[in-house]
Design a protein around this ligand. Structure first.
Ligand code: SF4
Length: 179
């Protein structure tokens, strides 16, 4: 069923599948965690500023993992910080997403051969989107966040939840204890 959105002088309405309505709300309120480990974090901060204005897409930063949907791995990840990042990820509520921003978060970048650097965030977290660059520009991060929005758009939450319910019992079949 194709969703219908009508706007009028006294308000509007939307008619669609519940999954679509839920995802419409979710995709327009992508809150990312304000956290970074190196220079890419400066670009992350700039993305929330007036020039890039991520707010226009409903993307705002949160300073607590408990209210964030997206963890952006912004910067070089040392082994020392990896356990802290994992802790932040575990504190985020489901459903949650991860973006690896920049060469360091993707592969270890310039510091790949260093004894102290993790060669990519996907070695300890499920990364959804990889953004290349050193550092990537705010526009690239916005594009990465928009890819997360597209992913959210297609998620069948109700279908998944109903899939977990026990099958309906046929009243004509014998019940436990009848035999
Ligand atoms: S990718 Fe480049 S800018 Fe980003 S953290 Fe690594 S060295 Fe810094």
């Amino acid at each position: 069923m194709k969703p219908i959105i009508e706007r009028g002088p006294e308000g509007g309405y939307a008619v669609g599948k519940i999954d679509w309505l839920l995802n419409l709300a979710r995709r327009h309120s992508v809150w990312y965690l304000l956290f970074g480990t190196a220079c890419c974090a400066i670009e992350l901060m700039q993305t929330g500023g007036p020039r890039s204005d991520a707010d226009r897409f409903g993307m705002v930063f949160r300073s607590t993992p408990r209210q964030a949907d997206v963890l952006v791995l912004a910067g070089t990840i040392t082994y020392k910080m990896a356990s802290r990042i994992r802790l932040l990820y575990d504190q985020m509520a489901e459903p949650k997403y991860v973006i690896a921003m920049g060469s360091c978060a993707n592969t270890g970048g310039l510091f790949q051969d260093s004894y102290s650097v993790v060669n990519g965030g996907d070695l300890f977290l499920p990364v959804d989107v990889y953004i290349p660059g050193c550092p990537p520009r705010p526009e690239s991060l916005i594009e990465g966040l928009m890819l997360i929005q597209h992913k959210m758009e297609k998620e069948p939450w109700l279908k998944k939840a109903w899939g977990k319910l026990p099958p309906k019992k046929d009243p004509k079949l014998p019940k436990d204890g009848d035999l």
